[in-house]
Write a protein that binds this ligand. Sequence first.
Ligand SMILES: CC(C)(COP(=O)(O)OP(=O)(O)OC[C@H]1O[C@@H](n2cnc3c(N)ncnc32)[C@H](O)[C@@H]1OP(=O)(O)O)[C@@H](O)C(=O)NCCC(=O)NCCS
Length: 475
Amino acid sequence: MDELNIVMPPGQAPGRSFSLKLRSGETGDSIMMFEEAIPVGTKSTFHLHRHSDEVAYFLSGEITFKIGDEVTVGGPGTCAFMPRGVPHAWKSSGAKTGRVQFLYTPAKAGGLIEEQQRTGRGFASMNEHEFDRAVAAPRLGTARTVAALSPRRRRCRIKSGRRTALGRRLMDITYRPAKAEDLEEAERVAQQSGNALRVRHGGQPSPAPPSVAFPKFCRARDPSGLWVAEDGDAIVGFGFSWMAEKFWCLSQLFVKPEMQAKGIGQALLSKTLMQAELNGAANRALITFAYNIASTGLYIKNGLYPREPLYRMAAPAQAVAQIPADAGCDITPIAPRPESGEWPAGEWIGRIDQELLGFRRDLHHQFLLGGGAARAVRIEHAGRAAGYAYISARGHVGPLAIAPGIDAKAVVTTALRCALEGGARQVSLLVPGRADVVMQTVLALGFRIEVPLVLMASRPFGNWGNYLPRDPGFL
Ligand SMILES: CC(C)(COP(=O)(O)OP(=O)(O)OC[C@H]1O[C@@H](n2cnc3c(N)ncnc32)[C@H](O)[C@@H]1OP(=O)(O)O)[C@@H](O)C(=O)NCCC(=O)NCCS
């Protein structure tokens, strides 16, 4: 085949380039091989390939590899083998640009590189159709792929078919980007999976699936974070992540109860993590149920560690009515954020977000101000912005941001008073353990813990004394 040189799209390290040696289509999906030039300091994320083994042969330079727990430094002639399912990462650690030959077998894991080469673009910049084609093409289970397999490989796949606890033969699970029309079914899977977990831990089942509004909003802007797992025609798992600047957040990961502990959660997580990788994420985070050891263990295995405890706290509206009408701060409604054009509130809101979280999330404010929340208010103290609060129709407060140096008690009581005004029967919020003033304030009003949660992240971030997330998936 002709050698194809690829220059990485904008946003990737300058000087980094690939040249394809063997494409999957030319080897019956058996092998994909490419050579990569990796400038000093270039590194991969700590990731794994569920379905492909990987071999790296170093041609020049010095590369530090971490495979599982083991760290090795290699020079020209070193050969590294990374079996499927084992997390690994590498960094060009020498004094000059290194060159490495990478090989995947089966070729599946190389599909992304091939597509980047074909389009010359990163996934974040593709439209929906292009993205679907990019990520769906190399997956197993399509008629085209099966037909291309040699008889020997076809036999192998049939032999590796698994059985459920009931003895039913599982079909191969396929993973594909979520389409807009999948979201209702995907959220029903989330409801079923979440309810089984809640009930197991003494909680109440949720009567309705989570809303599709936020995943729909995020998908329309960057579809690379939304994936479904299918068994035949049925969706059995859903993974959804979003990015704001260089921050990646896993919003939802759910697998049907009877399909759990079979590797589907890990596979979906790996798919969503590609969004982080392709966008050069500097941090990865999520909020999960603190009592779920499976999700906590899964995320730790993928390099996201428990950083902050959080509690969903709730109280009947009467409890909040004790707060005096003048709770200490003034409020003004925040005007909707237009799709494009000037957004005057963006400046001070962006400043607070930057200060508290380390990044701006203008698009997410657009979602909330475009109908995602019932009410949005700017909270003022002595004439200056003391924070902001969003309030849902059901009396849930969040995100609630308290500007540094401002009396947290005055801000939170002002926000709680606002929540009452919508006529909700209950008021709730998500309080980080570190937000001690807020916690004392709501406990004194009679709030009780409903759900213990934990924020997990690859690196510590955020001022959790001053920021109350909206919900686990929104942050
Ligand atoms: C969490 C969830 C998505 C994981 O999906 P899954 O398909 O069951 O997970 P997988 O089979 O891919 O991986 C299970 C992993 O959990 C981890 N795990 C499970 N029990 C564990 C334990 N006791 N200690 C540490 N890790 C544990 C392991 O990493 C395990 O993988 P391994 O056995 O290969 O080491 C799924 O169980 C689920 O939907 N749970 C209910 C909803 C939920 O909590 N979602 C997370 C919301 S953020």
